[in-house]
Design a protein around this ligand. Structure first.
Ligand SMILES: [Zn+2]
Ligand SMILES: [Zn+2]
Length: 97
């Protein structure tokens, strides 16, 4: 008999596992004035690469600054070899009527 999968707990475990080995706090060159704190978020936009993220963010509460773990932990930042450049035009597009 299978009632109610322990789905959520499994998921939570995964989430905890993900963050294993990550620092609770770190400093990053994109946000040098404060430490970023490992924080659980529902969803956020990374202030580094503007991608959306969920679950874990390195976050500065004072500034509402989010960084994806992959961005925050990426020490030697790989050159921006972003294959996908779609949606690039939206930024800076201001309708000023
Ligand atoms: Zn990012
Ligand atoms: Zn800050």
């Amino acid at each position: 008999m299978v009632d109610a999968y322990p789905f959520i707990e499994e998921r939570l475990k995964e989430i905890e596992e993900m963050a294993k080995g990550w620092p609770q706090k770190l400093k990053h060159e994109l946000h040098e004035e404060h430490e970023l704190e490992l924080t659980r978020q529902h969803s956020f936009i990374c202030d580094g690469c503007k991608e959306s993220g969920e679950v874990w963010s390195f976050y500065c509460r004072e500034c509402d600054f989010d960084l994806l773990p992959k961005c925050a932990l990426d020490k030697d930042k790989e050159t921006k070899a972003d294959a996908k450049e779609e949606g690039n035009t939206k930024e800076g597009w201001v309708c000023d009527r």
